[in-house]
Write a protein that binds this ligand. Sequence first.
Ligand SMILES: NC(=O)CC[C@H](N)C(=O)O
Length: 355
Amino acid sequence: MQMQKAYLKLANGRIFEGLAPDWQTDSSYGEVVFNTGMTGYEETLTDPSYSGQILTFTFPILGNYGVSAGKRWESEKIHAKGVICETVFDEPAHHSQRQTFLSWLKQNNIPLICGVDTRELTKVIREYGVLSGVITTKADLEPDFSDSMTHDWVKEVSPKEVQTIGNGKYKVILVDCGAKENIIRCLLNFDITLKRVPFDYDYSNEDYDGVMLSNGPGDPKLCNQTVAVLAKAMTRNKPIFGICLGSQLMALAIGANTYKLKYGHRGHNQPCIDLKRDRCYLTSQNHSYAVDDKTLPSDWEVTFRHLNDNTVAGIAHTSGMYSAVQFHPEASSGPQDTFYLFEQFFNQIQAGGSK
Ligand SMILES: NC(=O)CC[C@H](N)C(=O)O
């Protein structure tokens, strides 16, 4: 593939030079974040939570195992607004690869800049905090970063229609704010029928056995409709479990606060302690926001903490009926150590809430 000169221009004035494939003509704006995962570029780029973000991979090689026919994907397309990396390898050898990494980016029209010193860039993000950036092939582009952070991404990635999945005994509402497919795969290990609903769907008066609040992109404080329905559902004493954005929405629904971290947590080796079990787990994470534990009501507790910075990584109501984690127990990619949380949720569903 022929390459051309490309630039990553950051809102703080820093410019990184690199290379882009010759088909790339559009400039792409987004919030520049970094992920430290050593594998899983397919899962990561198809995670809807990355909508609006330009993703820096700190692992130095992308593309070495190609791209599968979708069996590892977390949704049907790439959601990140651009890819920043050190080296792209475009001659993969893997039994499940169906196309090369660069051809996949081209198909999805996702800009790339490679040849970037991602260690240096990561230091910039860690020191400055996440910031807007643009990948462009135009050396003279004067970036306009004015409207990059306030977009309602959940509305864009949430499904437009209700969908029923599976044929199990217990009915679980999946509030899909941009759910990773692996949450669905994990839930279908159990005797469950999933009703997958849009972010603004009112399920609070329906007959169900449990509710799963999905991950999703952007600022949780933009999700007023989802929070309002959730607050009603939380009066019914039926199990509710939240993942990542779901955890932040649960906090907002009980009147607690969320705030933006300086540069978030993104990667597969994020250490969290389960305070009840007194055990540490390596977790998969991808988030910018966190729950402020000082604002939790007195009948709520912190169940997990992130061991790198002591931020809240899980909350629960003292009844145990409502709980959520800031990390991804569905993993994909990343360690599956916390799958037991799905088992706990299913046990609660079987126990029947207040029935
Ligand atoms: N993966 C997620 O659900 C991310 C949640 C939220 N958008 C955040 O960045 O904190």
